[in-house]
Design a protein around this ligand. Sequence first.
Ligand SMILES: [Zn+2]
Length: 308
Amino acid sequence: MSATHSRHASRAPLAVKVALPIGVLFTAVASLATLGDVFATSSAYTELPAPAAAMTLPVVQATGERAADPCGEAEVRDALAAGDDAAAVAAFGGGEEFRAAVTAGNAPCISLQDPNRSWVVINKQRPLRPETFEPGALTRVSLQSTTPSNRLRPEAAEALARMAAAARDAGVGVIGINNGYRSFGVQQLTYSSHVRSQGQERADAGSARPGFSEHQTGFAIDVVACDSGCTGIGAFGDTAQGRWVAEHAWEYGFIVRYEHGETGTTGYLPEPWHLRYIGTDLAAAYHDGDFRTLEEFFALPAASDYDF
Ligand SMILES: [Zn+2]
């Protein structure tokens, strides 16, 4: 059984993605709200698992809680101007509120195409713009690395270090890194070597074309298990570390970007080793909403293949 399966089997059904009548939905939310005291000591993102049903519901205008125009809020504008993605999401009211506003078309100040933002969505239909984009700041990850491509955005590097420390403390072993940031040029080399060794069709199922890789944003990382020597990325899913990561990565702001069974949406075969940093608030909303792809999370079209 894969790590993905075991995670799903052990997870309580927090949110059911069905279209509920509005009244039922908000009654359910209201009754959850009365449990607030129970969760008073837990961190913000574990308090109220928000229903994912909003994606399939008509846009509700009056919730009484959400800002009518979040992009008009000074707190949101200041956070965006400061490049503080976590503060921006918090200023929306949290990860689910951010997601709901974006998918409802109520957040024109949020671009899912901006590769400087931790909410950027890159896939086979959504290349980096500009295609040779380079992140402003990158920092070396403080973990054992199996390649020289071991840099990430500072916030992602810091989160990864915390996640690896937690895995070690939980007794599941050492997590190392295979690839973090890859430039457009490195991606050209990576992709063409896959094409040479596997042919284009297989290469496209497991490797992004240059200008289409999440690794170029500095928010994506391939992790490995390093107990007595590091494994390759392909072995990661069946290690203790791989199973732990599938269960806990969201707590540190990461999602497993290419899950089992989602190739039709993501365009990639399952990659339990490929983690994408989206920040803790968004990752909590993703987890609580039981999402499997970033495309689904932001109500974007599937990206099973390129147009060329
Ligand atoms: Zn990767």
